[in-house]
Write a protein that binds this ligand. Structure first.
Ligand SMILES: [Zn+2]
Length: 400
């Protein structure tokens, strides 16, 4: 394990001042420091409200507060000092640079500017890079489309789900986005942009090149795509990456699927050391054709440890379902329901189709059985029935 002088420096400060980490950092060797889990962070904030004990400095030193999406429970609050916020912006600048964003680009951020961190950081990082940055806050989807066209934005930042929502709305309104000024789309919040079928749909809808990025509110923007698009580069100048077997908690070899464990090196005010991200990935340390030598996540984040579905003994990630559904341009939205039926789980896929379905349901069922080896009950609903999402989509539902 390559532990940098920056970690040693951070460790000294935390051992003295951070109640959450002081005890854990008694361990001499990096490999012996216990993992940090999301549940521990939730429990710590519940026991020590409102901000918990993972604070290195007096509370008046913190200038920003954000929160996790709380998809799997109560949101965790996360605080930044001016220094740690600067660090966030530097990490996001790497995301833009990797995608080929350059001087003169106009960045449109299609986001409501609520407590979720990612787009605030993207917005300010773009400004810091000297780019015209346009907020999509407080606007309807139609107003956003008009704003993109009228201000001649060249870079669109949003979730992959919302990019498809924008494309769908443009179709309904008769607006041609493919002939517009957008040349790059950069995505956050969900792993969809690394799913080839989803990526293709977005690229075709905007006549643009689509880039994924990966980050977490509590961790930082840790991964980005380069112009070669050979997986997600981990920003190893700012993060220490390890891969473990999620069940055994021990390291796995490069090239094998495991859970990504990260340590951030520039967020001293509220850091994370050996944090179990829950992201299942395959890492490669082969140098990339772009010239960068940092580790890459091949195929992006493959799934979350906590959203794997088991259907009659076969493990399926929602991303695998999405990769099939996105092959059909007729399907504008979908939802996955997992039903417990006589102690067995069954998968129900609900799809919203524009125009005539024309054998789509039958072909979908065939692809589920060929590609995933599961049988899915597929149901079509009327256009406009399913919820639309701006931020993280919630397409997976368990029904008892
Ligand atoms: Zn590369």
């Amino acid at each position: 394990m390559k532990v940098t002088p920056r970690f040693a420096e951070m460790r000294t400060v935390l051992a003295e001042r951070n109640r959450f980490y002081a005890g854990r950092l008694q361990q001499q060797h990096f490999e012996d420091i216990p993992f940090t889990t999301k549940q521990e962070l939730v429990d710590d904030q519940a026991k020590n409200p409102p901000f918990g004990t993972n604070l290195t400095f007096p509370i008046e030193n913190y200038t920003r507060i954000h929160q996790t999406s709380g998809t799997a429970g109560k949101p965790i609050l996360w605080l930044d000092t001016p220094d740690s916020w600067d660090w966030w912006l530097r990490c996001w600048a790497e995301v833009f640079k990797g995608a080929g964003v350059r001087h003169g680009d106009r960045v449109y951020v299609a986001f409501s500017f609520g407590p979720f961190i990612g787009f605030w950081a993207a917005f300010e990082a773009a400004q810091r890079m000297g780019l015209m940055t346009i907020s999509g806050g407080g606007q309807s989807t139609e107003q956003r489309l008009q704003s993109i066209l009228q201000r001649e934005a060249t870079v669109l930042v949003c979730t992959p789900t919302y990019a498809l929502r924008l494309a769908d709305a443009a179709r309904e309104l008769g607006l041609d986005m493919t002939g517009g000024s957008i040349r790059l789309t950069v995505h956050a919040g969900e792993p969809g942009a690394s799913i080839p079928e989803t990526r293709n749909r977005i690229q075709q809808s905007f006549g643009a090149k689509t880039f994924d990025h990966v980050g977490m509110t509590e961790m930082g923007a840790y991964g980005f795509e380069c112009e070669r698009q050979c997986g997600l580069h981990i920003n190893e100048d700012e993060f220490i990456a390890e891969m473990i077997d999620p069940a055994a908690g021990v390291g796995v070899e490069d090239g094998q699927k495991g859970e990504l464990v990260l340590t951030n090196l520039g967020r001293i005010g509220m850091p994370l050391i050996r944090y179990r991200t829950g992201d299942l990935c395959v890492i490669s340390r082969e140098p990339c054709r772009c010239g960068r030598r940092s580790a890459r996540l091949i195929g992006g984040v493959l799934g979350r440890a906590d959203d794997m579905i088991t259907i009659r003994g076969i493990n399926v990630f929602p991303s695998a379902v999405e990769s099939i559904v996105r092959r059909y341009p007729e399907i504008v939205e979908f939802a996955i329901e997992v039903h417990r039926h006589r102690e067995m789980h069954e998968l129900r896929l609900i799809v919203e189709i524009v125009g005539v379905a024309n054998g789509v349901l039958e072909r979908l069922a065939q692809e589920f059985s060929n590609d995933l080896r599961i049988r899915a009950n597929i149901e079509q609903v009327a256009e406009g029935t399913l919820p639309r999402f701006e931020l993280k989509s919630r397409r997976l539902r368990f029904v008892e």
